[in-house]
Design a protein around this ligand. Sequence first.
Ligand code: CDP
Ligand code: MG
Length: 138
Amino acid sequence: MERTLSIIKPDGVKRGLIGEVVKRFEAAGIKIAAMKMLHLSKEQARAFYAVHKERPFYESLTDFMSSGPIVVMVLEAENVIRKNRDLMGATNYKDAAPGTIRRDFASDIEKNVVHGSDAPETASTEIAFFFNSLEICG
Ligand code: CDP
Ligand code: MG
């Protein structure tokens, strides 16, 4: 069984899309192994997205990610990193396939509703950023 980190970003929470996103995960046979809502500070958002610190969108992205509550989840299933990325769709909603979360709900390359880890190493780092082992139901 593989695990990945999913985030419903501030735009998704504000727009009432928590249920919609969770419904898609469950319908795809993905187990929610942990879930909580929290509001990142600017510094915490900077730390989470440190990998992007040289990119031109870093300041704006971390302002956005600290602009309101988010829902963070540990997803569990076989091949769940890929499955979640497929459900999310491409980073830019304009390139995302029909029926994906980003294509259906995003309207901005930055405010694209969801985050998902992109590889096993980033999944473990990102899960550990938000959850300790007692908070994950295996
Ligand atoms: O989230 P994903 O892994 O698909 O994309 P990323 O390349 O890791 O970028 C992280 C996040 O930065 C994206 O989800 C967007 O919110 C934001 N971003 C942006 O605002 N402008 C870009 N040109 C690329 C990414
Ligand atoms: Mg990424």
